[in-house]
Design a binder for this molecule. Structure first.
Ligand code: KG4
Ligand code: ZN
Length: 336
């Protein structure tokens, strides 16, 4: 069985083909990052319009690079139906469902976060169950226990801003542009670890939820309280912010692993690319006899390979969708 996967939940247009026997055959991605840069974040309407422009040609490219024909070689279509931006989801879901109908094949509506959770299975080093996944991106901050496919427990999530969003907003305050994460990481290298110390939000509470809105405001107030902000100060602020975020993610992840008894932590999402976070998690959690896995960058951030894979798994378990197209911008993992 070969499944075409489509992903358009936010600002990445992506398509992929996976084969039951041969694994991933092709995957392609077009990032809208440059389109949103001048606004400092994703503009939903621009995202939808660009998905409309890019998705058709991208599907063609994927089929070409897999040397397959859409008309004869595809057995099903999987698409991300949520959570995400309503208009953006509509583009991929409309295309995916209609394409499946035109081909006379089944369609599967996939949960974006579930696809992230299972992304490590795309690689040879699949984690053993149960594992804990830390999903940290511009749209999500979650800790989830994965006991098996379709057996998930949401351990904690952000009650306000996603952690990547906080990186992006603080980067804007520092005049660094978008996306903020890599730029803060770079500037923080020159920053002092002692000049500012920012709070580690909610680490004094036993739960596994996160909150980054207060930290963001703390940074803003710090900048406002200063007499002029020179290059040195910007680096010191970037350093203090990154340290606070990394520390917070580390504390909650370690707690999640201890609480569930999991032997593996999987870190996914764009913020998982952060070098300090990687060092911190690998060093300390590793000492607790916990394997820390970072999926390859192309499977870690938004992509369609994970969507095609989850579609295949769901089809193997007998799933298929009615003709109706239904997207769910808000869709909790607990509802799976
Ligand atoms: O998963 P992702 O590529 O896309 C979505 O959120 O949809 O994540 C993007 C987020 C952005 O907020 C970006 O600033 C953040 O990941 N990011 C980073 C780093 N690289 C990307 N944050 C911290 N450090 C990084 N090196
Ligand atoms: Zn995502």
């Amino acid at each position: 069985m070969r499944v075409l996967g489509i992903e358009t939940s936010c600002d990445e247009t992506a398509a992929a083909v996976i084969c039951e026997n041969r694994g991933l055959m092709a995957h392609q991605l077009y990032s809208q990052c440059a389109l949103h840069e001048e606004y400092g974040g994703v503009v939903p309407e621009l995202a939808s319009r660009d998905h409309v422009r890019k998705l058709g040609p991208l599907i063609r490219q994927v089929m070409d690079s897999a040397r397959l024909s859409l008309a004869t070689d595809i057995d099903a279509v999987a698409y991300t139906a949520g959570p995400g931006l309503m208009g953006a989801l509509m583009v991929g879901s409309g295309m995916g469902r209609s394409l499946a109908w035109a081909l006379g094949k089944p369609a599967v509506a996939v949960h974006h976060m579930e696809a992230h959770l299972l992304a490590p299975l795309l690689e040879d080093v699949a984690p053993g169950y149960p594992y804990v996944a830390l999903l940290v991106s511009g749209g999500h901050t979650l800790l989830v226990e994965v006991r098996a496919v379709a057996h998930y427990t949401l351990l904690g999530e952000s009650i306000d801003d996603a952690v990547g969003e906080a990186f992006d907003k603080v980067a804007q305050m520092l005049g660094l542009g978008y996306p903020g994460g890599p730029r803060i990481q770079q500037l923080a290298l020159q920053g002092s670890p002692d000049r500012f110390v920012f709070p580690r939000p909610m680490t004094d509470r036993p739960n596994l939820d996160f909150s980054f809105s207060g930290l963001k405001t703390h940074v803003l107030n710090t900048l406002r309280g200063l007499q002029g902000v020179d290059e040195r100060t910007r680096a010191d602020v970037a350093r203090a912010f990154e340290d606070a975020v990394v520390d917070t993610l580390y504390i909650k992840s370690a707690r999640a692993v201890r609480r569930t008894g999991a032997r593996t932590l999987v870190v996914a999402g764009g913020v998982g690319a952060n070098r300090k976070l990687r060092r911190r998690l690998t060093g300390k959690l590793g000492a607790q006899d916990v394997d820390v896995i970072f999926p390859a960058p192309e499977y870690c951030t938004d992509n369609a390979a994970m969507v095609a894979q989850l579609g295949l798994i769901r089809l193997q378990n007998g799933a298929s969708e009615p003709l109706q197209i239904r997207v769910r911008p808000r869709w909790s993992l607990d509802e799976i």
